[in-house]
Design a protein around this ligand. Structure first.
Ligand code: FES
Length: 104
């Protein structure tokens, strides 16, 4: 499936990712170094924060309490905020568009 990634400088790129990876892994594997993902996907660092295009938000799995708590620590949280490591990338998400959140 395809993932559309908007970098912090506004540049948008469509990349191909394997279903079964997390959205964080797809972004990172495609060279977006600004998505630090320091904890490697353990839901403990919040450096994989992305804003999901509003038309997709409702189609994603609900967030866990841990994800919600971590996002609370960000100054840039909004209604479309998610941690990319907590979104499994699936065929149903083909065309998903996410914007890498500003650095905290
Ligand atoms: Fe650390 Fe997602 S990579 S919370």
């Amino acid at each position: 499936p395809k993932l559309v990634v908007v970098a912090r400088n506004g540049n948008e790129r469509t990349v191909e990712g394997d279903a079964g990876l997390s959205v964080m892994e797809v972004i990172r594997d495609n060279g977006f170094d600004e998505l630090l993902a320091l904890c490697g996907g353990c839901c403990s660092c919040a450096t994989c924060h992305v804003h999901v295009d509003p038309e997709w938000t409702a189609r994603l799995p609900a967030m866990s309490e841990d994800e919600n708590d971590l996002l609370e620590s960000s100054d840039h949280r909004n209604a479309d905020s998610r941690l990319a490591c907590q979104i499994p990338f699936t065929a149903e998400l083909d065309g998903l568009r996410v914007t890498i959140a500003a650095e905290d």
